[in-house]
Design a protein around this ligand. Sequence first.
Ligand SMILES: Cc1cc2nc3c(=O)[nH]c(=O)nc-3n(C[C@H](O)[C@H](O)[C@H](O)COP(=O)(O)OP(=O)(O)OC[C@H]3O[C@@H](n4cnc5c(N)ncnc54)[C@H](O)[C@@H]3O)c2cc1C
Length: 310
Amino acid sequence: MIVIGAGISGIAAARTLHSYGHVVEVIEKGRGVGGRMATRRFAGARFDHGAQFFTSRGSEFTKLIENANRDGAVKKWTNGFSDNPDGYARWCGSSGMTSLVKWMVAEGNINVRTATTVTDLRDMPANAYVLTPPVPQSLAILSFSQMLPNPKTQIELSAISYKPTIAILLRLDQSPERFPEHGGVQFLEHRDLAFISDNQRKGISDEPAFTVHLSNELSDSLWEDSDEEVLAATTALIKDHLNGVAVTDFQIQRWRYAGPEEVRAEPTIVWGANPTIALAGEAFAGPKVEGAFRSGVAAAEMINVALSSS
Ligand SMILES: Cc1cc2nc3c(=O)[nH]c(=O)nc-3n(C[C@H](O)[C@H](O)[C@H](O)COP(=O)(O)OP(=O)(O)OC[C@H]3O[C@@H](n4cnc5c(N)ncnc54)[C@H](O)[C@@H]3O)c2cc1C
């Protein structure tokens, strides 16, 4: 069986299929695992530049997080970002957000082939495929492979659209004063900003390093601007948080598919026999990291049932 994508949904699917005794290979276009749970090093600092934290509500995900915490792969970041924390745990990877997915791969003994972009599924014959890239990218692979679902499902899937986020990674020459000690500022109502993370206070970087997420609206309007223009707009917006500290280096990451506009209620979509095909990821089952995990598990469960009864 083949799973496309080594984000949390793909690895969750692979672990579940593996637990049922199936032989699974995960194919990932990036150089490492984690997908949008992304961590990067540059200028001597470490940055989470996709998802910043996750919560855990369902019992299966909570059990996974307890085990990852026991093994030192994740840690509780804070119980809330506001002045009156709601007491609900926000978790992060202990060495950046990729830590959780890396641990899931190692602990589950999952076979991942990185740096391999899938364009045609027929090049890698299998009795089942789980596709976990953002839905437009999965549809492109399926179209090229001539394995699209029925026209009604195609139309429904084509309607799933995504919001963009620009992430600005700032290497700072020192740690700004008067920043929340836990290292996170979440903007729930702000027109232009979504999140600022101080990766040093968060405990994943030895050196001072901010990650700034612009709001979906501002990301959209600055999308075509140069990196220097995005940097200038960002430093002006977060001037008070920088508190006079200089930016010594920066990188910009444009997330075209940061998150779906709407999440579909069903946890996965499965069709076909030999091959059986499942679509999974955070566009299904509930948003964000835990929703993506649940979707991956659900896709694997349904494929296992489909193959057992065929
Ligand atoms: C800026 C940003 C901030 C976020 N903040 C949060 C947050 O604070 N909390 C939270 O819970 N969630 C957050 N999220 C959402 C969270 O990151 C996602 O819900 C989750 O990581 C999605 O996992 P996934 O496995 O569904 O998809 P992905 O992680 O996107 O995995 C899909 C994988 O498929 C690979 N792929 C794509 N095409 C191909 C191909 N052709 N061949 C091979 N591989 C391919 C990709 O490289 C990727 O690794 C954020 C996301 C972004 C972008």
